[in-house]
Design a protein around this ligand. Structure first.
Ligand code: FAD
Length: 567
């Protein structure tokens, strides 16, 4: 033990003196007992954001050769999939957050945290500028600079209002724990308000008209939570006003839960119909005042207005101001998110990585590769391939780029996917010649679809883990620059590119029923999937502390019902 501590003590001296002698560049040995030992300066990794991507990166990073500084305006991680459960009191807000200090305290590497918001990235000088969120209110704006060797941008995204007038002023959002708490308070207050004796029926109806804009997973889950709250708790707690409650779900396209299998979409629409949730499809919101919400039905030029008590806006996400500004700075124009290569490096930078909702992998290179594979497949240059040849080429492509397989299952490319499925094992169909242009057309569709990996916790989590693994193996790979044998021939990068593994998705529909779409087109809907949902979300918790809290909240709700105290 003594020998080890002496060596590491010498190492520390060598490190700090090397810094002062050579201006922080390191690599100078100290002339004492350990003179021969060269301790390189630790590279500084600055991590922006402690959401799904940032937390996963931090949890998986175990290389002590980095000094990590986390910068994030909130000092906790939020388990976002359970935010809808917070809105109606099924789960408590504190049960789904994990303080960043808890995560750091379990790390054996050099990590520090600053509660601040990054306001500018200066890639030329390898600096970021941050605003101190704690002091801003007391001392005015307090901006400080942080240097980095590697910058990891994982700041997520913000709500997208599509510039619809009145949304910011009059709607609730469901992105942060604060939002969920505000919604919960507002829901309870609506019931209390509607129970006051001096109101007309019309007024009660208005107060208890809950409108959800956006039929994606979050909007649908909130509508389902609210309906459960009304049917299980409100009937007992507010029996006099229960009949005035109305839940409306507005969706601009033809179906809710568009990204799910058709079977799930139609089950959800049917169930909501039976539950009395008014699902209005093809209904576009044109504006929201403090009293009414205006909508236009697809194909109709006139818009109509409906009074409401509360609106939840849940229509998707857009880039944060920091990302918009950075994209402008580096010539990425008006993109939806920062474009990275398949190794998650922001295009044009070797030391800036972006992951999670704020980034999107630019699939241009992937598509060029795929086009090459197809060109090679078209051996005799006749411009045609048999279905079997196409299938073989596609298998090759899918092995390298699993995203393609995922999108071959999506609705847009289903024709070609169905054709291949039908032909499998059928010699006549397999030898059918298809024009290569057909494939190109299908590929264009795949291309459009592939540009955006879904903005989900699953993607962010996998990207964080992937990047941490790359950082863990950085030196090893620098010593062996040829990289993994599989990519050696191409010599493109020392690591495998990021590969997304889709593990399936859930859509809770209320009444202890959930729709689950699992890999391999496996669909399950009902009570059994709800139990699967409980077990998956319990197991995915980031700590035993939150796991215990969440499970005890679920049990509490089963026994005592939801907490309707409105605090
Ligand atoms: P986030 O998790 O949003 O984290 C961003 C981090 O960056 C935060 O810590 C934030 O404070 C910080 N930050 C922001 N601005 C700055 C700045 N300027 N400087 C420094 N730090 C900054 N996905 C699923 O896969 N399954 C689900 O069931 C699911 N349900 C969801 C339910 C809801 C209600 C919501 C809102 C989302 C849900 N998602 C789900 C999507 C998922 O939450 C996101 O895709 C995921 O959070 C993205 O992770 P991220 O790390 O990119 O961003």
């Amino acid at each position: 033990i003594i020998v080890v501590s002496t060596i590491s003590g010498g190492g520390l001296i060598a490190y700090s003196e090397a810094n002062s002698y050579n201006g922080g560049r390191g690599h100078i040995a100290h002339a004492d007992a350990v003179a021969s030992e060269v301790v390189p300066k630790k590279k500084k990794v600055v991590l922006l954001g402690i959401g799904w991507a940032g937390m996963s990166f931090l949890k998986n990073l175990n290389n002590p050769n980095y000094e990590v500084q986390v910068v994030s305006p909130r000092n906790f991680f939020v388990f976002t999939p359970l935010l809808p459960s917070v809105t109606c009191g099924k789960v408590e807000p504190r049960s789904i957050v994990e303080p960043v200090r808890n995560i750091i305290s379990k790390k054996n590497i050099d990590v520090s945290y600053s509660e601040a918001e990054c306001v500018k990235i200066d890639p030329e000088n390898k600096k970021i500028y941050c605003r101190d969120v704690i002091n801003t209110n007391v001392k005015g704006e307090d901006v400080f600079a942080v240097d980095y060797d590697y910058l990891i941008v994982a700041v997520g995204a913000q709500v997208n209002t599509f510039n619809t007038p009145g949304v910011y002023e009059n709607c609730h959002f469901l992105k942060e724990v604060d939002d969920a708490q505000k919604i919960r308070k507002n829901v309870i207050q609506s019931f209390e308000k509607a129970s006051l004796p001096n109101l007309t029926d019309e007024e009660r109806k208005k107060i208890l008209h809950f409108v959800v804009v956006g039929g994606g997973p979050t909007g649908v889950e909130f509508a389902a939570e609210l309906h459960d709250f009304v049917s299980e708790d409100v009937v007992k707690l507010y029996p006099k006003v229960k009949d005035y409650v109305k839940i409306t779900l507005l969706e601009a396209t033809d179906h809710i839960l568009n990204m799910f299998d058709k079977r799930i979409t139609s089950f959800a629409e049917g169930k909501f119909g039976r539950d009395g949730i008014d699902v209005k499809l093809g209904s576009m919101v044109t504006g929201i005042s403090d009293k009414e919400i205006s909508t236009k039905v697809k194909g109709d030029s006139k818009s109509s207005s409906t009074p409401y008590g509360m609106v939840l806006w849940s229509t998707g996400i857009g880039p944060r101001p920091l990302i918009k500004e950075f994209m402008k700075q580096i010539g990425q124009g008006n993109r939806r998110a920062l474009a990275t290569d398949e190794w998650l490096r922001v295009e044009g930078f070797n030391n800036i990585y972006a992951l999670g909702d704020c980034a999107t992998i630019n699939q241009r290179k992937v598509m060029e590769d795929i086009a090459d594979i197809f060109k090679k497949g078209d051996k005799d240059k006749s411009g045609t391939l048999t279905v079997k040849e196409f299938q073989e080429i596609l298998n090759d492509v899918c092995e390298r780029y699993p995203q393609v397989e995922l999108y071959m299952k999506s609705k847009q490319v289903r024709n070609i996917a169905d054709l291949l499925k039908e032909a499998k094992g059928d010699a006549a169909k397999e030898s059918m010649e298809l024009n290569i242009e057909e494939f190109k057309k299908a590929l264009t569709e795949v291309d459009t679809q592939m540009k955006n990996l879904p903005a989900t916790a699953q993607v962010a989590n996998q990207q964080g883990a992937y990047l941490a693994k790359c950082f863990n193996r950085m030196e090893e790979c620098e010593r062996n620059p040829e990289g993994p044998p599989r990519f050696r021939a191409e010599g493109r990068h020392r690591f495998h590119p990021f590969r997304y593994r889709h593990l399936g998705q859930f859509a809770p529909l209320g009444g202890e029923q959930t729709a689950a779409q699992l890999p391999g087109d496996w669909v399950s809907i009902g009570h059994s999937s709800q139990w699967l949902w409980y077990s998956v979300y319990a197991s995915k918790q980031v700590s035993w502390r939150t796991r215990a809290l969440v499970v005890s909240d679920w049990i509490r709700r089963f026994i005592f019902g939801r907490d309707a105290s409105g605090i």
